[in-house]
Design a protein around this ligand. Structure first.
Ligand code: PHE
Length: 461
């Protein structure tokens, strides 16, 4: 398969490729969405459903993307073209690259906020070490509506990602993932342990883990599927692009499994960090930006009442964790169009990275401004930031996932799938058969349901 003798790099180590792919997966989905969704939807009961979704929906789709990426050994847009001449299937990869680019443009804005909050926490602007306690809501709102500041932080974050990407797969992505991901795990552990020392530890853990099956409805199952899908970075070209750097002896199903385990572990740990602290105060948990940027600084200020220094350290570490989690996701998104431009337009890596950085920063700046000076500019009732979030998350992502599952399950020669999943018959084929059955008969229909429910096509109570 490795024809053309190009000097395309592969990841040098198995640990490196697992950490890089897990770095893509671990992000806002784990930290600001999973914990609150779990707490509000039946705790441990929801977790069981989520894990089932990861196993029967997320991992088969990840294995499918791995198959395409490694087999074609080229960027995502080119990969589908290489494996099928049909006009529809050859465009699936282009959709992936486009979705990745699209999502990156607004994801970097939130990552920039995380960076600003890291600086604010370090400078004691949340008043945890004493001094003035700000109005947290006002603080957040005046920051995001500021015309310059969020853009400056977004630029810094994108430039960090730029310098990683420019250095290539081994020296850039792999090296940085091997440092940042272990660091992320250590911070996660330190924060989880500290949170257990807060007065609300018991109540928080009960809220998070208490199984309540009465909260489970069909809609919760759909939400769990959508969450698994987003959290594993599927259908955005990232997983397929990274797999094109996998070596021939990398076990695809095993790697998908490891990434799924890491991603779910981080999500659960985020819950263990957030809820004990939240339950030590009277602040109501809410998901998304309001949890992370409004409720949590307040929580950190109050929850460690007698130990302000601990509260301060926890707040700094928490935003550091958020920066690492989003940065590694941004890096994976950055790589998708960069690989595409490098290979399809014969650009040097430096030039391709610069083009991606420039486009992302320009569009990202508009997304950022749409929270402030450009707030009145709306398309279909949404500002630019929400529009990008909606179109990429609710439309392009399920559409891409659906087409990928159909392509790999029904169109791609079955021998290719088998060959890739078993490394040419050298590893067990039981899981490979299971994956292929799920890809054919389950995954496309499940995704169709998520899509229709996201579009509000039906409403289930
Ligand atoms: N998986 C990331 C998260 O949980 C989001 C993401 C999707 C990142 C696709 C990169 C690519 O936040």
């Amino acid at each position: 398969m490795r024809k053309n003798g190009s000097e395309r790099a592969d990841f040098a180590t198995k640990v490196g490729l697992v950490l890089a792919t897990a770095g893509s997966a671990v992000g806002l989905g784990n930290i600001w969405r999973f914990p609150v969704t779990t707490g509000n939807n039946g705790g441990a009961a929801f977790m069981l459903i989520y894990v089932a979704c990861v196993l029967v929906l997320g991992l088969p789709l990840m294995a499918a993307e791995f198959t395409v990426g490694r087999r074609a050994h080229t960027n995502t847009a080119q990969a589908y073209k290489k494996l099928s001449r049909h006009w529809l299937w050859s465009r699936v990869g282009q959709l992936g690259v486009f979705t990745g680019w699209f999502i990156m443009c607004y994801y970097v804005v939130v990552s920039g906020w995380a960076l600003d909050y890291l600086v604010d926490a370090s400078l004691n602007r949340f008043g945890i070490l004493g001094g003035d306690v700000p109005d947290y809501k006002g603080h957040f709102e005046s920051f995001v509506t500021n015309p310059y500041l969020p853009i400056v932080y977004t630029c810094v974050l994108v430039l960090i990602s730029h310098f990683v990407i420019v250095r290539g797969v081994k020296q850039g992505i792999e090296r940085v993932s091997k440092v940042l991901m272990p660091l992320l795990f250590v911070i996660l552990l330190v924060l989880a342990v500290s949170s257990l020392f807060t007065p609300g530890a018991k109540a928080g853990l009960t809220f998070l883990f208490r199984p309540d099956f009465t909260k489970i409805t069909f809609q919760t199952v759909l939400d769990a599927m959508g969450q698994a899908f987003y959290s594993l970075s599927l259908a955005m070209g990232c997983v397929c692009t990274y797999a094109s750097y996998f070596s021939k002896d990398t076990r695809l199903v095993g790697t998908a499994f490891k990434v799924g385990v890491i991603d779910s572990f981080v999500a659960v740990m985020a819950g263990i960090i957030i809820f004990p602290a939240v339950f030590s105060t009277n602040i109501l948990p809410n998901e998304g930006a309001s949890l992370v940027f409004i409720a949590l600084p307040n929580v950190f200020q109050q929850a460690f009442g007698g130990m302000p220094l601990l509260g301060y350290v926890v707040s700094v570490l928490f935003y550091f964790l958020l920066v690492i989690a989003t940065l590694t996701s941004v890096i994976s998104l950055h790589e998708v169009p960069t690989a595409y431009l490098t290979e399809n337009f014969r650009m040097s890596r430096a030039k391709a990275t610069t083009v991606v950085t420039a486009v992302c920063l320009s569009v990202g700046a508009f997304c950022s401004l749409s929270m402030g000076p450009l707030a009145s500019f709306k398309i279909a009732g949404r500002n630019l930031f929400d529009l990008f979030d909606f179109v990429s998350g609710q439309i392009m992502l399920p559409l891409g996932g659906f087409l990928i599952a159909l392509f790999v399950g029904w169109v791609l020669d079955r021998r290719i799938l088998h060959d890739e999943l078993t490394n040419g018959g050298t590893v067990s084929c039981r899981s490979s058969r299971f994956v292929s059955v799920l890809l054919r008969f389950f995954v496309p229909f499940a995704i169709l349901l998520i899509f229709l429910s996201g579009m509000g096509m039906f409403h289930i109570v």
